[in-house]
Design a protein around this ligand. Structure first.
Ligand code: S3P
Length: 442
């Protein structure tokens, strides 16, 4: 089945904004929910994943009001104030929502049943269950600690000091959110720096979070439990992982220049920009400023001749969601791009290493894997296309291949557009406003 088809274009131009950052939106809802008083959120991402988090919190007694498309108001219940939901919490496709909420409820004395869609039910939850069990929470799962599962939360939890086995902001955040309702200090030790939105937002709401990064290659984040969090007004910056599709679209198409306003440029999220610049991309960063603790800027991107590079494994946490779209840039480049250390891509919304490799091969690109490395041989703007790519319930695979179609010899279609709305519901209209030719097939 074909759902959307993307045709090649001659130019991609204009001024735009991308929707609010998904990671920060989940955190704003959750931290607002357990603060005292009112939290006003401007620019919340209104997408399926974030709406699942909002619904889940409402099921647990939090009052959330959508005042307008731009403004959401939360009346928080205070740390430890969530109540037991009457029904199973369905987190849809959202790994971040599910894992962070599992942490948040784990230290309340409530029982919460969680489930999700076919993609989420395949994803590993052991990584969250293990530290939560050390804190004293019981997790009952049917198999391999995957969803559906039940969290038997406890108010008698103990603080832990936990070394992350894999670089993951989701594990780190789940532990910190659990630590909020535990007396004493909860610490997470990370050997690879991952996005720090939870730490920044907790500090912004008044929690005591100490960061010790004096050790080489090691960072210890320590949270003092049972803080009184105070409701705040926050503005969510544009999502760099959504901006990524527009950036690569402008780079690989001719006569292109776009300006994307108000993008989050937290350095733990901008590995793609670093890599693209190494490849020769013309990307300018203007008007840098800090908003609600997060660095924000406007980006200007122009058509560029790209060269293959080696992307080191240490950079992966700062661009973990951007490998599908980087592979699209690499397919148009001159020479080979080797992306190292991508084991975590196998457990995303789909097995992204396989999804990228199969999709690019079908489009006529020479691509291989070597253990956890992905190797793409650039075609010098000569991608064949003319196929329908399987999206595997994965929004980023869907959007990446539609971008590849903008500079392919023949149109590229995707089989299912549904999951684009998990992170970027306005993707097609926003792209077409800038000159893309992405059409629905009825
Ligand atoms: C996220 C962290 C990343 C990323 C996900 C969002 C977050 O996952 O892939 O889309 O908001 O914390 P991992 O932490 O599991 O790498």
């Amino acid at each position: 089945m074909i759902s959307l088809v993307s045709n090649s274009i001659n130019t991609f131009r204009g001024f735009t904004r991308v929707p609010g950052d998904k990671s920060i939106s989940h955190r704003a809802l959750m931290i607002g929910a357990i603060s005292v008083g009112t939290t006003d959120i401007h620019g919340l991402l209104i997408s399926d994943d974030v709406l699942h988090t909002a619904n889940a919190l409402e099921e647990m007694g939090v009052n959330i009001e959508r005042k307008s498309n731009c403004l959401w108001e939360i009346n928080g219940v205070g740390v430890g104030g969530l109540r037991e939901p009457n029904k199973t919490i369905d987190m849809g496709n959202s790994g971040t929502g599910a894992r962070l909420l599992m942490g948040l409820v784990a230290t309340h004395s409530i029982k919460v049943h969680f489930t999700g869609d076919d993609s989420l039910r395949k994803r590993p939850m052991e990584r969250i269950a293990t530290p939560l069990a050390q804190m004293g929470t019981r997790i009952i799962a049917q198999q391999d600690n995957k969803m559906p599962l039940t969290i038997m939360g406890t108010r008698m939890a103990v603080p832990i000091k936990y070394s992350l086995p894999v670089p993951s902001a989701q594990i780190k955040s789940a532990i910190l959110l659990a630590g909020l309702n535990v007396p004493g200090e909860t610490s997470v030790i990370e050997s690879w720096r991952s996005r720090n939105h939870t730490e920044l937002m907790l500090q912004h709401f008044g929690a005591k979070v100490k960061i010790n990064d004096e050790f080489e290659n090691k960072r210890i984040i320590t949270l003092r439990g049972q803080p009184e969090l105070e409701g705040k007004k926050i503005t969510i910056p544009g999502d760099p992982s959504s901006a990524a599709f527009l950036i690569v679209a402008a780079l690989i198409t001719q006569n292109s220049e776009i300006t994307i306003h108000d993008v989050c440029i937290n350095p733990l999220r901008t590995g793609l920009i670093t890599t693209l610049k190494e490849m020769g991309a013309n990307i300018e960063i203007h008007n840098s400023r800090i908003e609600a603790g997060e660095p924000v800027a406007d980006l200007i991107v122009r058509s560029s001749k790209l060269n293959g590079v080696v992307v080191p494994a240490e950079r992966a946490p700062a661009m973990i969601d951007e490998y599908p779209i980087l592979s699209v840039a690499a397919s148009n480049a001159i020479g080979t791009t080797r992306m190292q250390g991508l084991a975590e891509l196998r457990v995303k919304e789909s097995d992204r290493l396989t999804a990228i490799t199969d999709g690019l091969k079908a489009c006529g690109v020479n691509v291989n894997t070597d253990q956890d490395d992905l190797i793409v041989t650039g075609t010098k703007n000569n991608v064949k296309g003319g196929v329908t790519v399987e999206t595997r319930m994965d929004h980023r695979i869907a959007m990446s291949f539609l971008v590849l179609g903008l500079n392919a010899k023949n149109p590229i279609a995707i089989d299912d557009e549904k999951h684009i709305s998990t992170s970027f519901p306005s993707f097609v209209s926003l792209m077409n406003d800038l000159g893309a030719q992405i059409r629905k097939v009825i």
